[in-house]
Ligand binder design. Structure first.
Ligand code: NOJ
Length: 591
């Protein structure tokens, strides 16, 4: 969305002398027992595109249940499902018309209960998407609010607008833009007021300055916790609150950023008054309390909060909480996405992305590493398929939790979607010439199970989005059958991560050894070291890892190698003359 600005702010907030620490060992976190989410492998399922069980071309809950064994086989700890609630699907589930019910085309509440039951049997936790900022305009709360029904008058952010003194006409209250292009205000004839929508017109913003809304949304959390979910991924936190109105009930205009000329784009204006308000942080602390209370009353494992924010570090890090209050367990770390949106995939940019998180994270908190999601071009398309193993290895060798978006384990790339087939509201709000810049359809095409009909995703005649062209080669069945594949590497990585005390509790040391080669070393006293080395360059290189760490032995044993690497697992390789082909990535161990 506003990657440029975010990146600059992140940079300005980084305490630069701290960069020098990147080469030093950081104290190992206490090997005392960790909670499940601290070393978890999260896996994001986009339900519409994962598996269709009834041939209508749309993924569903029974489809997910039928493939839970696949997740088990991957070694996944917890699956996060993008919204499965009742919705007119303007924003594919992020416009919820009933927060307490399941979208009929995805199944029923009984189907959901069956999914939870099976997941429990397999030891997989299920996390739901919590969409607090807005509802659908088809939600009964909105209809009641439009009608000014008692108790619902202020459920949403309503405003009379302002009168243009020269034309005498009524205009929106401010110049604010929504994320999906154009004004964030919509006139409602029936109510005779504007309402705020930071996303699509059909997604009115809930009013968090109304205690009834705050309580209602806590009820939503409690409801699904009782259904057995293990936590929530919280959607779109930055716009949750807007600045307070002034004494006259007015909001301020945002200023021009002068970054772009497109007046409809969100980035045309600052977002000082409509994002990153302090009340938002406090609200997350309150939700954490709801989860902790649930655990205190009903027992069981901790429920987690994963927070979506592309905000600068000064804001994002507050979600973790502070010395007196706990916040989100894991505010998503999108640095491997945002830093590489600004520059190439290079060793120095990888180091920057890691520094930006670890140098800013409050002490005692848990890091996490994300490569992609349903809003960003697929990881293999952004980094290049030749680097997908290196990136999957990286997020699993670094300390903390890691998050996989469905298909990253296969090296799935984006589909191409014509303007005629475009359904994402962000793309649709653009035009035939420019939609590809905005649309998120390419990263949402159906999952590739096989090279058969509809890639094994659906038996239907049509799928809701066309398939990506490479499904005949990049799919689960082919990669299972191959001796060496992205999928097999991914599975070995997760297995190693689950079994290795070094990866779970070891100290970390990392650096851009050269502009092309990035190295990480994890060490645990008495257990040894695991070393990651990846060549992001286009040519073969030979590196001396003793320059990175003098204490390394003369040889290291190969544990896992990227697809196409000519080395052999189990064999030892020289540390002072380690050869790495272009795109090659290795995990090696001291013993
Ligand atoms: C972030 C979600 O990831 C995205 O898909 C959605 O469109 C917006 N929030 C609005 O809910």
């Amino acid at each position: 969305m506003k990657a440029n600005r975010t990146f600059k702010t992140l940079l300005s907030l980084l305490w630069l002398p701290a960069l020098a620490l990147a080469c030093q060992d950081k104290a190992a976190s206490k090997p005392a027992s960790k909670e499940w989410w601290q070393t978890a492998q999260f896996y994001q399922i986009y339900p519409r595109s994962f598996k269709d069980s009834n041939g209508d071309g749309i993924g569903d809950l029974n489809g997910i249940t039928s493939e839970l064994e696949y997740l088990k086989d991957l070694g996944v700890t917890a699956a996060w499902l993008s919204p499965i609630f009742k919705s007119p699907m303007v924003d594919f589930g992020y416009d919820i018309s009933d927060f307490y019910d399941i979208q009929p085309e995805y199944g029923t509440l009984d189907d959901f209960r069956a999914l939870i039951k099976r997941a429990n049997e397999l030891g997989i936790k299920i996390i739901l998407d919590f969409v607090p900022n807005h509802s659908s305009d088809e939600n009964v709360w909105f209809k009641k609010s439009v009608a000014r029904e008692r108790g619902y008058e202020d459920y949403y952010v309503w405003h009379d607008g302002r009168l243009n003194s020269s034309t005498g006409k009524r205009e929106p209250p401010t110049n604010w833009n929504q994320y999906f292009r154009g004004t964030a205000w919509q006139w409602n004839e029936q109510r005779g007021q504007y309402y705020l929508h930071q996303f699509a017109v059909q997604q009115p913003d809930l009013n968090y300055r109304n205690p009834a809304v705050v309580e209602q949304m806590k009820r939503v959390l409690r409801y699904w916790l009782k259904e057995g979910v293990a936590g929530f991924r919280c959607d779109a936190l930055p716009p949750l609150f807007e600045v307070q109105r002034d004494a006259q009930g007015q909001y301020p205009d945002e200023e021009l950023t002068n970054a772009i000329e497109d007046v409809e784009d969100r980035a045309y204006l600052t977002t000082k008054y409509i994002e990153n308000q302090p009340e938002t942080v406090d609200m997350v602390y309150q939700w954490r309390q709801v989860l902790d209370d649930h655990q205190r009353i009903f027992g069981g494992d901790a429920g987690v909060l994963l927070i979506e924010t592309y905000s600068p570090a000064w804001f994002t890090m507050q979600f973790y909480g502070n010395s007196s209050v706990n916040g989100a367990h894991l505010p998503f770390n999108f640095n491997f996405i945002t830093v590489m949106e600004q520059g190439p995939l290079s060793a120095s940019n990888v180091q920057l992305a890691i520094d930006l998180w670890l140098q800013n994270m409050p002490a005692g908190r848990t890091a996490n590493w994300v490569l992609g999601n349903h809003d960003k071009r697929r990881a293999a398309s952004r980094y290049g398929v030749e680097h997908i193993d290196a990136m999957n290895m990286l997020v699993m060798v670094l300390p903390g939790a890691s998050v996989t978006y469905q298909g990253e384990e296969l090296g799935m790339t984006d589909g191409w979607i014509s303007w005629e087939d475009t359904v994402d509201p962000w793309g649709c709000n653009s035009d035939a010439q420019n939609y590809e810049h905005y649309t998120r359809d390419p990263e949402r095409t159906p999952f590739h199970w096989s090279s058969g009909k509809n890639a094994g995703f659906s038996t239907g005649e049509r799928t809701w989005l066309p398939l990506a062209a490479d499904y005949e080669t990049i799919n689960v069945a082919s990669e299972e059958a191959a001796t060496h594949s992205h999928l097999k590497i991914y599975k070995s990585l997760v297995a190693l991560r689950r079994s290795s005390t070094i990866l779970q509790n070891g100290s970390v040391k990392y650096r851009a050894h050269t502009e092309e080669v990035f190295v990480v070393k994890r060490t645990l006293a008495g257990a040894g070291s695991i070393v990651y080395a990846a060549n992001f360059g286009a040519a073969k290189v030979s590196v001396d890892l003793r320059e990175f760490d003098k204490t390394l032995p003369s040889t290291l044993k190969l544990l896992i190698r990227s697809v196409g690497a000519s080395k052999t697992e189990g064999q030892s390789y020289s540390v002072s003359h380690l050869e790495l082909d272009a795109g090659e990535a290795l995990l090696l161990a001291t013993n």
